[in-house]
Design a protein around this ligand. Sequence first.
Ligand code: ADP
Length: 452
Amino acid sequence: MFSKVLIANRGEIAIRIIRACKEMGIRTVAVYSEADRNSLHVGFADEAVCIGRSISSDSYLNISSILSAAEITDSDAIHPGYGFLSENPHFAEVCESCGIRFIGPSAENIRKMGDKVQAKETMRSAGVPLVPGSAASVTTKEEALEVAKKIGYPVILKAKSGGGGKGMRVCHSDVRLVGALFTAQSEAEASFGDPSIYIEKFLVNPRHIEIQIAADRYGNVIHLAERDCSIQRRHQKLIEEAPSPALSARLRKKVGEAAVKGVRHMNYRTVGTMEFLMDANGEFYFMEMNTRIQVEHPVTEEITGIDLIKLQIELAAGEKLKIRQEDVRIQGAAIECRINAEDPENGFLPCPGTIEFCYVPGGRDVRADTHIYSGYRIPPFYDSLLAKLIVRGETRQDALRKMHRALGEFLVEPIKTTVPFCQQVLNDPDFQRGTYHTGYLEKFLRKEEESI
Ligand code: ADP
């Protein structure tokens, strides 16, 4: 096992990883930018190194600073968390060539899944059902029109190297498609440095079902059931739950097996997530794979009792999976709400500033993964996630009640947060029944726009 792990991240996920390391008897090194000098991850780690200025390109994305920090502290592994360098194949490669273990997949696997077109091609050859679409990226409007004609409208344009819901455009007609192609290409170039666009059939109101998988270096692959991440705003997840209210045990087995089949095909050796869209008939289609720990991993931990970060570290250290598929038990239900520093009444505008007073709920079955405290200054440089509020219940109904209770206790004065919006969703009969899909939040947002 590693003796010292450097955490190349910040915020709640840095703390989450530090906690796992401490419980495993591993020493920890935090890295931080100037803006994060007073952050909790800096204080919680055994050692801390400042890696540069506040802007992430100078710090959390600065490969040479991070590697120097690892070298001067004699760290033997780096955990990248999510975002930042977690899906950067070059970073994974450089770590390994410096003799520092990258806690994640091989650079080759990251590269393959980071290219969305290649990812789909890999899954096609593994026999995993795909969202219909272009087999390669499209460059000209003629190519785009031809694909749209073949698969039929509506279609969605997506960036080949994309992520975070950026650069996606839904089109219902030839005219729209031609107009959107150029905008999508420029947006993709600006966000990802790659203008390549591919086209998919746009499924109307599907559910976003993702399967958590875990694999070791010895060919063992298991899945840890699904998360339903259909509650999204602008293709960004806001509330997640496990298990999905829309999946029967039979369907869970089917999607889970497809995910395992895909992962087995690529020699994967860590934790990861296979994302699918599922239509109203229970047909599911592979969309993409995330080769890192996900923001929403805690809901899986709560229903399976498995600590995914510890598992990820063990797998990186070369340990064998201790659990077999038949040992995976799902118990109860878990829900996660993302508490962002955003104003739901004002188009979810980010609200950085100083937290004068905060109270983070706890109590039985309530878990808050967060880095905030009273007096904490939310820097304007990074994402707006303040906390993940996670509850587990014996049943989904029980979990809903616990989330309702916990959200009511959450105080982050005077910062505007997504707490009231999450409460509104939680009170909605469709959410309570579990009959929602990826387009479900639109009705709230329209209401909100009208009230402005
Ligand atoms: P990103 O990697 O940028 O987050 P994803 O490919 O994971 O993008 O898609 C994010 C969300 O966008 C999905 O959860 C879904 O709601 C929507 N989406 C993406 N592709 C499609 C599609 N073909 N049909 C319908 N919705 C889609």
